[in-house]
Design a protein around this ligand. Structure first.
Ligand code: PMT
Length: 402
């Protein structure tokens, strides 16, 4: 699986750097081409000569070295890579990558590469637990980086806890897994809306619904596994971000509409799984609304229909898939929605059936398109996400063939 794969191993300063000789050997044994970048800090833990010997190539360590730039410059390295692995990734290097700095070769190449970025954190457990590091790692993950590790255990400093770099063979396994799935969606951008919207009444109250985001996130994971570039426009949810997806956090339907109209023309497939509020408050109170009388009236105005606006795009219209959450006459309402919103496909779920639909682990879908339909039976949302995506890809590919 790693044969002829170009792995750019970027080593930063940490005691685990010494394990990179072993990691390089194991990758080479499996047929990968390995080139190594080292920071100044890394060279305090292992010599460039060792990495040159095991990788079979000179190590790159200086952004401003004319000789190195003339041989294989930083932009060429960035283009050469099929994947860039930063291992060990110190707290400092993670912070600099997150900030978008380019003040050494490693960070400059991270910015310059279009290859997937994998980061293997390695640091003292307290540094790892620090909110600054946690926030940096979470941001990298949101922007699509693969976060591999850290492992937990005894550390070089004597502490015990999370912060050890994953062992070389564990990293090799993750690399193999990364390259093993048939990446049929490589080069395809899939944008997915997921979760609920929140429509503010005043600074402390809002109208929303029970969507957990599980269905949309499962579709995002399935698309990532097939190699797609995934943009996830997400309402407030309490589930983990799928590693590798770019997540755009939103609150209201208007926020979601704005994000969708920006991203949809850059996407090949658009899947609207979010439970979007059809209406929002006409006037959001600037101060907390005071209790007065036995009833109150709120005037609502219609929100834009996000998926319908995407489907109406005159230029760069993506293959557009909607959902329909129904409690009765599911097929009739779903087909009517597909027609009215000019969708390519619609995935209908009966949200009145106990154990499926909103905020459940399972779901079942009846998928309709012009001239056909297919039922995906009750299963957990992870499996359903995969099955649904397979169906969507079949129809998207047919359209592409035309
Ligand atoms: O998030 P989970 O807890 O896992 O639950 C999953 C789910 C039940 C939310 C999901 O399977 C689902 O059915 N999503 C669509 C919910 C919905 O709002 O359906 P609808 O029938 O009201 O809307 C039809 C379609 O138009 C949907 O694709 C919706 O995203 C879209 N829409 C609706 C209103 C609006 N203003 N803009 C939109 O884009």
């Amino acid at each position: 699986m790693l044969t002829d794969k170009n792995i750019l191993l970027a080593i930063s300063g940490g005691i685990a750097a010494y394990k990179c000789a072993e990691l390089t050997r194991r990758l080479k044994e499996r047929g990968a081409n390995v080139r190594v970048i080292m920071t100044e800090g890394a060279k305090a833990f292992i010599t460039p000569l060792t990495l040159q010997a095991v990788s079979g190539h000179p190590v790159s360590d200086d952004l401003l070295d004319p000789a190195a730039e003339a041989a294989m410059g930083h932009i060429e390295l960035a283009k050469w890579a099929d994947l860039m692995l930063v291992a060990p990734a110190s707290a400092d290097v993670i912070a600099r990558i997150n900030a978008g700095l380019a003040n050494d070769l490693l960070t400059a190449v991270v910015l310059a590469t279009a290859a997937p970025l994998a980061v293997a954190p390695a640091m003292n457990r307290q540094m790892y637990a620090n909110p600054a590091t946690q926030s940096n790692i979470a941001n990298l993950s949101k922007r699509g980086a693969l976060i591999w590790g850290p492992a937990s255990g005894e550390q070089a400093c004597g502490d015990i806890g999370p912060g050890r770099m994953l062992e070389p063979m564990a990293l090799v396994t993750l690399l193999e897994q990364h390259f093993s799935t048939k990446q049929i969606l490589t080069g395809v951008t899939v944008t997915i809306t997921a979760g609920p919207t929140r429509e503010a009444l005043d600074p402390v109250r809002y109208i929303s619904n029970h969507s957990s985001g599980k269905m949309g996130y499962a579709i995002a994971k399935a698309a990532l596994a097939l190699g797609a570039t995934v943009k996830l426009i997400s309402g407030k949810v309490a589930i983990d971000v799928p590693q590798g997806a770019e997540v755009i956090d939103i609150e209201s339907a208007l926020d979601m509409h704005q994000a969708a109209m920006t991203l949809a023309p850059q996407s090949d497939i658009f899947i609207a799984c979010a439970a979007v509020a059809d209406y929002r408050c006409a006037d959001i109170a600037t101060q907390k609304i005071k209790k007065a009388g036995d009833s109150m009236t709120v005037t609502l105005v219609k929100n834009p229909d996000i998926v319908a606006d995407v489907a109406q795009l005159k230029e760069n219209r993506p293959f557009t898939v909607g959902f329909a959450a129904e409690t009765q006459d599911v097929e009739q309402y779903a087909r009517e929605k597909m027609q009215r919103k000019s969708l390519d496909m619609i995935c209908a779920n009966n949200v009145a059936t106990p154990g499926q639909g909103f905020n459940t682990e399972h779901n079942a879908l009846d998928v309709f398109w012009h001239g056909g339909q297919h039922s995906l039976p009750l299963s957990d949302k992870t499996q359903l996400g995969k099955d649904l995506l397979e169906l969507i890809v079949q129809h998207y590919s047919k359209r592409e063939d035309k």
